[in-house]
Design a binder for this molecule. Structure first.
Ligand SMILES: NC(=O)c1ccc[n+]([C@@H]2O[C@H](COP(=O)([O-])OP(=O)(O)OC[C@H]3O[C@@H](n4cnc5c(N)ncnc54)[C@H](O)[C@@H]3O)[C@@H](O)[C@H]2O)c1
Length: 238
C-alpha cells in the first residue's frame, strides 16, 4: 500500500519504520518546509495519508489531503471543537477520515474498562471520581485527547457528574482532570474512585510510542478503499 506521511516528527518517523516493516511504501513526507508537496504527483498517488502534526493545523491538513483525493488517518489531538464541521464535510462530500484520540490497543481496552466501571460506580454515590494524565513536556494540548475521551465516557455514565474541568473541581457536578507534564513520559492515564474507606484505581501506562504507531498503520490498512468517518471501535470490533 502507498502511504503519505503528513508530519514527520516523533510519531511520523516511528510510523514510517513500522509501515516499511509491514511491507508498505512511503511515497511522500510532508512537514512544515515542503507544504507544496500536497500538490505533487507523489502525494496524489497515496492510498492513504497518515497525519500526526499539531492541533492548529490538523483540520487544514485533512482538507488539503481530501482536495488531492487522498483519504486520511489522523491521531492529532486538541482540535475536536471543530469535529462537527469536519463530520459535515465528510458526509456532504464523501471524504474519508479515520481519527482516534489514542491508537494503542491497550488504551482502547482501557476505554472499555472505564465505561464498564463508570456504569457500576454510578450507583456507588459515596465515591468521588477524578482523573490524572501524565505526558512528556513537549505535549501541546492539555488535557490529552485520551483523557477527554475517558472523561466523556465517565460523564455519559455517572449521573452526578456533568462536565469535566482541567485542574481542581469547584463543584460536585465537575469531574477534575489533573494534567502533569514531566520528562519523556509517552502517556499515562489514571481514573480514581475515592471514598472514606478505600480507593479504586484503574490506569494505563504506555511504555513507548510504538503502540500508537502500529495502531495508526493498522488503521491505514483498514481505511483503504472505504468512505466515511471511522474510529478504533470500527477497527477493533469490541
Ligand atoms: N492518537 C494517538 O494515538 C497519538 C499518539 C501520540 C501523539 N499524538 C498526537 O499527535 C500529534 C503529533 O505528535 P508528535 O509526538 O509526532 O509531535 P511532534 O511535534 O514530534 O511532530 C509533529 C510534526 O508535525 C510537523 N508539522 C507542524 N505543522 C505542520 C503542517 N502544517 N504540515 C505538516 N507538518 C507539520 C512538525 O514540524 C513536526 O515535525 C500531537 O497532536 C499528539 O498529541 C496522538
Amino acid at each position: 500500500m502507498k502511504i503519505a506521511l503528513i508530519g514527520y516528527g516523533k510519531m511520523g518517523r516511528i510510523i514510517e519504520r513500522i509501515a516499511l516493516e509491514r511491507g508498505h511504501e512511503i511515497v511522500c513526507r510532508i512537514d512544515v518546509d515542503n507544504q507544496d508537496d500536497f500538490a505533487s504527483e507523489a502525494f496524489r498517488s497515496a492510498d492513504v495519508a497518515i497525519e500526526f502534526t499539531a492541533p492548529q493545523v490538523a483540520v487544514d491538513n485533512y482538507k488539503r489531503a481530501w482536495a488531492a483525493g487522498v483519504p486520511v488517518v489522523s491521531g492529532t489531538t486538541g482540535w475536536t471543537e471543530r469535529m462537527p464541521e469536519v463530520r459535515r464535510e465528510i458526509d456532504e462530500k464523501g471524504y474519508t477520515l479515520f481519527w482516534a484520540s489514542n491508537f494503542s490497543l491497550g488504551v482502547n481496552i482501557f476505554f472499555e474498562l472505564n465505561r464498564h466501571l463508570a456504569k457500576i460506580m454510578n450507583h456507588m454515590t459515596d465515591y468521588e471520581v477524578d482523573m490524572t494524565e501524565i505526558h512528556h513536556v513537549q505535549k501541546l494540548d492539555a488535557p490529552s485527547g485520551t483523557a477527554v475521551t475517558l472523561a466523556e465516557d465517565i460523564l455519559a455514565n455517572i449521573d452526578r457528574k456533568d462536565k469535566w474541568v482541567l485542574g481542581k473541581a469547584g463543584a460536585a457536578n465537575e469531574l477534575s482532570i489533573e494534567a502533569i507534564r514531566e520528562g519523556q513520559v509517552p502517556g499515562t492515564h489514571i481514573v480514581r474512585y475515592d471514598s472514606t474507606v478505600d480507593t479504586l484505581t484503574i490506569s494505563h501506562e504506555a511504555k513507548s510510542r510504538e503502540g500508537f504507531a502500529l495502531g495508526a498503520v493498522l488503521a491505514a490498512e483498514f481505511t483503504r478503499g472505504k468512505q466515511g468517518f471511522f474510529g478504533m471501535k470500527d477497527l477493533l470490533k469490541f
